[in-house]
Write a protein that binds this ligand. Structure first.
Ligand SMILES: *[C@@H]1O[C@H](CO)[C@@H](O)[C@H](O)[C@H]1NC(C)=O
Ligand SMILES: *[C@@H]1O[C@H](CO)[C@@H](O)[C@H](O)[C@H]1NC(C)=O
Ligand SMILES: *[C@@H]1O[C@H](CO)[C@@H](O)[C@H](O)[C@H]1NC(C)=O
Ligand SMILES: *[C@@H]1O[C@H](CO)[C@@H](O)[C@H](O)[C@H]1NC(C)=O
Ligand SMILES: *[C@@H]1O[C@H](CO)[C@@H](O)[C@H](O)[C@H]1NC(C)=O
Ligand SMILES: *[C@@H]1O[C@H](CO)[C@@H](O)[C@H](O)[C@H]1NC(C)=O
Ligand SMILES: *[C@@H]1O[C@H](CO)[C@@H](O)[C@H](O)[C@H]1NC(C)=O
Ligand SMILES: *[C@@H]1O[C@H](CO)[C@@H](O)[C@H](O)[C@H]1NC(C)=O
Ligand SMILES: *[C@@H]1O[C@H](CO)[C@@H](O)[C@H](O)[C@H]1NC(C)=O
Ligand SMILES: *[C@@H]1O[C@H](CO)[C@@H](O)[C@H](O)[C@H]1NC(C)=O
Length: 564
């Protein structure tokens, strides 16, 4: 197709949070620490790399995948890059089927000057006992700030997920994981060679406390005990963190009588679905926990940002199980290291807003994301004759694609960023003259291929209109089948969505740059508006739509630009 799509600028307004210290030196901070789609966090503290904390989170079908955020002060978190940044590392991401497929629950660890990242590429449409559903992989890097340092995936056999490595004091390396629970629930473990992926026999070491789906295990060694942390209850409202311990790595593991050690189940807390925790120590040997949570309240209806990363202080006395502080929005905890913004890597700090001009010589910002692998040529920054634009080439598939699940290998033209604030304004300026019926470009609130709200400019017969552009009188032309450009809002979800709104683009704007805006002006609704870029006073709202239809599942929202 000959036509092109360019965005002159993309604007996002962010709300900043501040941290400050108590008089006694304890810190005050706000949850979530990694707002937006950053579930299943795993974090480490690495003194060898200038006392830096590194966190990894799940990315499902998003590419680049497995974001790494770093901080030197536990207050300012910066995206330093992505573990999965090249197709050759794990080509199978092109073929995942279902929006709940892709990268699940990474575990990041540092050992002997190497960073290790263990995760599972899941094909969630396959049977739980089908080994091909669970592609367990190990990546390693000497330098986490250098994308090319992250290795290709080393595969290892395990019929399960949430795998995490542990180095015993005698040098033996163990892998712990959640066995495919619909078959036999349980936390399993084996010895592993992290360079080759060779494993021994997997043995069940703990069955949890009886909650659904014991998963998300990690092992820590402290005061002569091996401590096993796990998540149970499923990743919904009954999610919880439980622990067990043993004097032997192989068990038997004794459950903590105080289980669950951390949960907001059966409370009215705004932070729900709390679970899937990891523990780490800072330079003062104080313990911290990260876990996932949704800002949904117990109603659990409006949470378009999905599962986010929260942090809470932990008190871990000698010989005892650790104690976790209750998770709220405003937190108090151990003293923080002094503020330090001197962190490498390519991405923004987590609470930074965007004003992006796509100037000549720049590349797509590091926090911009595709759905599975992009066709690189489809995204051109400042192509010849169009400085300060991003040109997208159309894909044949729309955002739903073949069956709402699969889209590979030809892909979808899509680039977006995570929604990280409850209230925001997102807008793009767009030049697009569709030249064939159903050719469409625009902005979308995209959760999965089965959950998205799209506002595009699309060529449709004039009699497709559901009404005039708001505030205008334009009536249908005489020839009802003559194609004209329309603004079209469409939603798709497992729950009710509004009927499509299809209105003619006012004639005088047809060759103008258009301004498309998505605004979350309250906690439950998005407003989609459009107008000419040169006269924003003419902007009109096309529709208000509840975010409940895009509050679902494992991922979180991307306000996005797309083209089909
Ligand atoms: C994807 O999954 C759907 C539904 O499970 C199935 O009909 C389809 O054949 C699958 N596609 C591929 C390419 O595996
Ligand atoms: C876990 O449950 C299975 C099935 O009930 C049982 O066979 C196994 O012994 C249990 N394992 C442990 C470590 O409790
Ligand atoms: C929450 O309540 C449910 C239903 O009563 C119960 O099954 C579950 O154990 C409770 N969970 C916690 C952590 O209290
Ligand atoms: C400081 O924070 C820790 C961890 O939450 C807590 O145990 C301790 O009581 C706090 N100290 C004071 C003086 O509040
Ligand atoms: C576009 O940007 C390039 C590189 O900065 C510059 O050389 C060129 O003059 C610009 N073109 C226009 C039309 O401004
Ligand atoms: C998207 O494309 C598929 C075919 O690939 C089509 O069945 C579907 O109706 C289209 N529409 C939407 C809203 O996704
Ligand atoms: C709409 O039509 C009415 C009656 O013809 C006219 O008075 C009014 O100015 C028109 N409004 C616009 C926005 O064109
Ligand atoms: C639009 O007009 C064409 C030609 O008259 C007709 O075939 C078609 O059914 C109409 N579509 C709608 C949605 O009314
Ligand atoms: C828009 O541009 C096209 C192609 O250059 C031209 O045919 C058309 O008349 C223009 N429309 C308006 C409203 O200026
Ligand atoms: C949020 O905005 C929508 C649409 O503007 C409105 O219908 C709804 O009542 C608002 N909700 C609250 C709690 O203000």
């Amino acid at each position: 197709m000959a036509h092109y799509f360019s965005i002159v600028s993309a604007l996002l307004c962010a709300i900043f949070s501040l941290s400050h210290a108590h008089a006694n030196g304890n810190s005050t901070f706000y949850n979530p620490i990694l707002p937006g789609f950053h579930p299943d966090p795993s974090c480490i503290f690495v003194p060898e790399w200038d006392n830096t904390f590194f966190c990894a989170s799940s990315s499902f079908n998003a590419f680049p995948g497995i974001p790494i955020h770093a901080s030197k002060d536990l207050q300012n978190w910066k995206l330093i890059g992505h573990v999965l940044n090249r197709r050759e590392q794990l080509p199978r991401l092109a073929e995942t089927n279902r929006s709940t497929s892709g990268i699940w629950a990474p575990a990041i660890r540092f050992h002997d000057n190497n960073f290790y990242l263990v995760t599972t590429l899941v094909d969630d449409d396959r049977a739980a006992d089908d080994p091909s559903r669970w592609d367990n992989v190990i990546f390693n890097a000497k330098n986490p700030y250098d994308p090319l340092s992250w290795s290709k995936a080393v595969h290892f056999n395990f019929v399960g997920y949430d795998t995490s490595p542990f180095w015993d004091s005698d040098g033996t390396v163990y892998m712990t994981g959640a066995h495919a629970w619909r078959v036999f629930p349980g936390i399993q473990q084996t010895e592993v060679n992290l360079e080759t992926g060779e494993t021994g026999d997997w043995v069940t070491i703990w069955n949890g406390t009886g909650g659904t789906a014991p998963e998300g295990p990690h092992i820590y060694h402290k005061d002569d005990y091996y401590y096993l942390i796990a998540a149970e209850g499923g990743t919904g409202l009954l999610h919880m963190v439980t622990m067990a311990r043993s004097k032997s790595i192989n068990g038997p593991y004794d459950s903590n009588t105080a289980n669950p050690v951390l949960t907001n189940a059966n409370t009215t807390n705004y932070f729900q679905t709390l679970g899937h925790a990891d523990l780490f120590q800072d330079a003062n040997n104080n313990w911290w926990c990260v876990a996932l949570s949704t800002r949904s309240g117990p109603e659990y209806l409006n949470y378009p940002m999905g599962r986010e990363t929260i942090m809470t202080p932990v008190t871990w006395n000698k010989g005892d199980f650790p104690q976790f502080s209750t998770v709220n929005g405003e937190m108090s905890g151990w003293p923080f290291p002094p503020p330090n913004l001197n962190i490498g890597g390519s991405g923004p700090f987590i609470d930074q807003g965007d004003v992006i001009d796509f100037e000549p010589g720049s590349s797509l910002p590091a926090h911009f994301t595709h759905w599975r692998f992009p066709i690189a040529e489809s995204y051109q920054v400042s192509p010849s004759g169009h400085n300060d634009t991003l040109r997208l080439n159309p894909s044949n598939l729309n955002l739903t694609a073949l069956n709402g699940n699969y889209a590979g290998p030809s892909g979808q033209s899509f680039v977006g960023r995570r929604q990280q604030d409850t209230l925001f304004t997102y807008s793009v300026d767009m030049d697009f003259l569709p030249n064939s019926i159903e050719a469409e470009a625009g902005v979308t609130v995209f959760l999965t291929q089965n959950h998205h709200f799209d506002m595009g400019v699309v060529m449709l017969p004039a009699n497709s209109s559901t009404g005039p552009f708001p505030g205008t009188n334009r009536t249908l032309s005489g020839d009802h089948s003559a194609p004209i450009p329309h603004f079209r809002f469409r939603g798709i979800s497992y729950t009710a969505v509004p009927e499509p709104a299809i209105v003619p683009v006012p004639e005088s704007w047809q060759n103008d740059t258009l301004h498309l805006e998505i605004k979350a002006s309250n906690m439950t609704h998005y407003t989609f508006s459009a107008g000419p870029a040169h006269a924003k006073s003419q902007m009109r709202a096309l529709i208000d739509v509840s975010n409940a239809a895009v509050s679902w599942g494992f991922t979180g929202m991307y306000p996005t630009h797309s083209f089909q």
